[in-house]
Design a protein around this ligand. Structure first.
Ligand SMILES: [Zn+2]
Length: 316
């Protein structure tokens, strides 16, 4: 079906009078006006043309628009219904995209954890483009000067594919986000937004966007004293998987300080990789050494690896 088409209009007020030719009472108004339609909606009249036609003898006379019955003239509004609908939709669209960009500027100025960014992958991450170039980035940490994002492992061609991923709660699946984070200055983030490298920012409501979860509901704070040694480590792992690095560090620190070797290993890795914390290889080596002293096999390997690039001779 053609979206735009032309068609003859109907008469709204089919007033009948007496035929001057045969005196029949079936001399009624017909409408041969041509309309431009969008699907079935009239958008604008192309020509206004009314006649009276006799049902009995077929006699036809033209009727100028100004001598039409008042009701028919009032009904002229029907010729513009599509125009009204289109301008209404257009206005709504413009207003809502205005509101969206106002929100985005607000989100940039007062960031919140798990603000969800649509980005151009190549420019945002600095990694070469693969097939598609759209990605999701989620704000996981920020301070007055910097913003730290985790970035999705998946690339998309169209926005609607991102929306589908969100609607189906893909973002809370394990491994949706890469473990390596990206930290940018606020100025860089603003520049990316200005240059449309960040082209959309949404803030989850009730942990979701488009009806699907995009973050795990917040978990209780780390448990402090009187728990079994590895509970804090377990909790830390959960936080880590959710990208809550600050909380993960708190939990791993409790576990490490309580002497649990896997907690020490996890804490060391975060210091080594500078996740959620400034990189500190000396602290990493310290905790790897603590874990290795307890014969933690993985810690021994990682300590040996780390000590190839830094001086470890001071370690006991
Ligand atoms: Zn007639």
């Amino acid at each position: 079906m053609l979206l735009f088409n032309t068609a003859v209009a109907d008469v709204f007020y089919k007033q009948a009078t007496t035929c001057p030719h045969c005196q029949s009472k079936h001399f009624s108004l017909i409408n041969n006006s041509k309309l431009l339609r969008f699907t079935i909606l009239p958008v604008a009249p192309l020509s206004i043309s009314y006649q009276r036609q006799c049902d009995d003898c077929g006699h036809i006379t033209d009727v100028p628009w100004y001598s039409l019955p008042v009701l028919e003239i009032i009904s002229f509004i029907k010729y513009f219904i599509g125009l009204l609908v289109i301008s209404y939709l257009l206005t709504t669209f413009i207003l809502s995209s205005q509101r969206q960009s106002e929100n985005e500027i607000h989100y940039l100025d007062t960031p919140k954890q798990f603000d969800t960014y649509f980005v151009l992958s190549e420019q945002f991450t600095g990694h070469p483009k693969r097939v598609n170039n759209l990605k999701v980035a989620q704000l996981i940490e920020f301070d007055d000067n910097t913003m730290t994002f985790r970035v999705g492992n998946y690339t998309y061609k169209y926005n609607k594919d991102i929306e589908i991923a969100m609607r189906t709660s893909m973002l809370v699946q394990d491994n949706y986000f890469a473990s390596k984070t990206i930290t940018l200055t606020k100025q860089q983030v603003h520049n990316f937004y200005r240059d449309n490298i960040i082209y959309k920012i949404l803030r989850p409501e009730l942990y979701s966007l488009f009806g699907g979860f995009v973050m795990h509901p917040p978990k209780p704070k780390p448990l402090y004293t009187g728990v079994k040694l590895d509970k804090n480590n377990q909790q830390g792992i959960t936080y880590f998987k959710d990208g809550l690095y600050k909380e993960a560090i708190e939990s791993f620190t409790l576990s490490a300080e309580a002497g649990y070797s896997w907690g020490q290993l996890n804490l060391a890795q975060m210091y080594r990789d500078g996740q959620g914390i400034p990189q500190d290889t000396a602290k990493a080596a310290y905790w790897l050494n603590k874990a290795a002293q307890q014969s933690n096999p993985k810690a021994k390997i990682e300590l040996a690896e780390l000590c190839q690039s830094i001086d470890c001779t001071y370690l006991e």
